[in-house]
Design a protein around this ligand. Structure first.
Ligand code: CTP
Ligand code: MG
Length: 229
């Protein structure tokens, strides 16, 4: 089943403290964003990639794509100040899409079988996200005091890609814009619009490189994946 994907790379990577956008940091000598794009370049179900970048970095990404050609990136889309605005610009740049996936450029380790499971779930349920069971005990805290311990069995950590029928996610973004609602992921906008979102159990390897120690984890995960592929 075919899909188009929005890959987000327009952030600043502040928490990575690398002094530049984390998308350009290398894992085993290949830039992070290239690892991510190659996953979709290699997936026969993916028919196109909308790569969303900061307007100040358009040329840097263009040069990178000359060094590492990704055929499915037809053009670059300029992002916005918030992730949600970057996604919205990405959605507007898609023309034919029926099934759309939204993915963090900083998550290079998502596996093809998982992507396919997600797409099939979204085809039947209209909206689906990858998630893994939370491992830690989670407590709600206010001013340094525990308020409650949340029942862990119902807690899932949500990842990307997230997959939606195009009309469902576009409608949710339009509504969020009208209501000035800012969510931390796209599914939350879809939920707000009254659409059920299904879960597909993903993999703990599908990390988002966020803080400096994640680079060490990423090297280890890539070594493991290269051994088993
Ligand atoms: N992103 C984006 N546009 C924004 C903000 C984020 O396209 N305005 C992208 C990032 O490039 C990243 C993904 O969304 O691939 C997930 O965001 P996050 O991990 O928070 O990355 P950054 O925003 O770059 O990092 P930080 O929050 O630490 O500054
Ligand atoms: Mg961010």
């Amino acid at each position: 089943m075919k899909y188009e994907i929005i890959v987000l790379a327009a952030g600043q990577g502040k928490r990575m403290k690398a002094g530049r956008n984390k998308q350009f940091l290398t894992i085993q000598n290949v830039p992070l964003i290239i690892h991510t794009l190659q996953k979709f370049e290699q997936d026969p179900w993916c028919s196109g990639i909308a790569l969303v970048v900061n307007e100040k970095e358009v040329e840097i990404f263009e040069e990178l794509l000359i060094e590492y050609p990704i055929q499915k990136v037809q053009s670059l889309t300029v992002g916005g100040d918030e992730r949600q605005h970057s996604v919205y610009n990405g959605l507007k740049s898609l023309k034919q899409a029926q099934m759309v996936l939204i993915h963090d450029g900083a998550r290079p380790f998502v596996q093809q079988n998982t992507i396919h499971e997600l797409v099939e779930k979204a085809a039947s349920d209209k909206a689906a996200v990858l998630a893994v069971p939370v491992k830690d005990t989670i407590k709600r805290v206010e001013q340094g005091t525990v308020i409650e311990t949340v029942e862990r069995s119902s807690l899932w950590a949500i990842q990307t890609p997230q997959a939606f029928l195009f009309d469902v996610v576009m409608d949710a973004h339009e509504k969020a814009k009208t209501n000035e609602y800012l969510g931390t992921d796209d599914a939350s906008l879809v939920e707000k619009a009254g659409q059920k979102v299904s879960i597909v159990e993903g993999n703990y390897d599908n990390i988002k490189l966020t803080t400096p120690e994640d680079l060490l984890y990423a090297e280890a995960i890539l070594t493991k994946l290269n051994r088993t592929e």
